[in-house]
Design a protein around this ligand. Structure first.
Ligand code: FE
Length: 249
């Protein structure tokens, strides 16, 4: 099995939202796709541990918003990496409501679909939800965000609840094994399996990892800057969390 092969599957990034008896929930999905044109139907894959799933199963409706290429990273961090039951993701998010009554997020989005659940398929860790599109609209002609762009720009991996989650250590082991001389391969794989140093720091909110050897050139942090030397005002590039939300990876 080559885990990197899964990164060659193309996806967008979408914001799924629903509401039942006044309780809103939402999450970021990359596995959302059209399954039929007549009637227009889409499918999403939702982790059974995801708070939004329970809301969708009760309300039987959901919205699917297409994130734009330069989406607000705080929006992605909050909807993608925090729990709806512990954090009000909609507090500062602009929504509209259409036919189904599901909240439709329009911040940082180029299009949306308003859907009614018509079927579900149990696929183990996740539930595949099929929805008929009852309404939709285009919000702008901006490019949609692709998962590849997101992954390359932010050096991010899928969160643990995502259907496309791959353990970072498995990817690191593959990468090091591919780039180092043969005699170093076994050693590299051993190191990547849990014996890494303490230098990288991970954001507790979204999972972004700061690597000192790479720095954060987008905000003027040169390669080789230890986490402890980052300015006090440094923020997570994904979710905008402050430095104190980071811990040793
Ligand atoms: Fe973060």
């Amino acid at each position: 099995m080559k885990y990197k092969a899964f990164h060659k599957l193309s996806y967008g990034l979408y914001l799924i939202a629903s509401e039942f008896e006044g309780q809103k929930a939402g999450f970021i999905a990359n596995t959302a796709f059209q399954v039929t044109s007549e009637p227009p139907q889409v499918a999403i894959s939702c982790n059974k541990k995801n708070d939004t799933l329970a809301i969708i199963l009760q309300s039987r409706v959901f919205s699917l918003s297409v994130l734009k290429k330069e989406a607000n990273t705080s929006l992605i961090g909050e909807f993608g990496f925090m729990a709806s039951s512990e954090f009000d993701k909609f507090k500062k998010t602009e929504i509209i409501k259409k036919i189904t009554g599901a909240p439709v997020v329009i911040d940082s989005c180029v299009a949306w679909f308003d859907c009614r659940v018509v079927n579900t398929v149990d696929v183990g860790s996740h539930l595949l939800i099929i929805g008929e599109v009852l309404d939709s609209d285009l919000l702008s002609d901006d490019d949609p965000l692709t998962y590849q762009y997101y992954r390359e720009k932010y050096k991010m991996l899928s969160p643990r609840n995502s259907p496309t989650f791959i353990d970072r250590q498995k990817l690191d082991a593959e990468e090091q094994a591919a780039t180092l001389p043969a005699e170093k391969k076994a050693e590299a794989e051993t190191e990547a399996s849990g014996e890494t140093g303490d230098d990288p720091y991970i954001c507790n909110i979204c999972g972004y990892v700061y690597h000192p050897e790479e720095g954060d050139p987008a905000v003027g942090i040169p390669a080789g800057t230890p986490f402890s030397d980052l300015p006090d005002g440094y923020r997570c590039p994904i979710c905008n969390a402050a430095k104190e939300y980071f811990r040793k990876a």
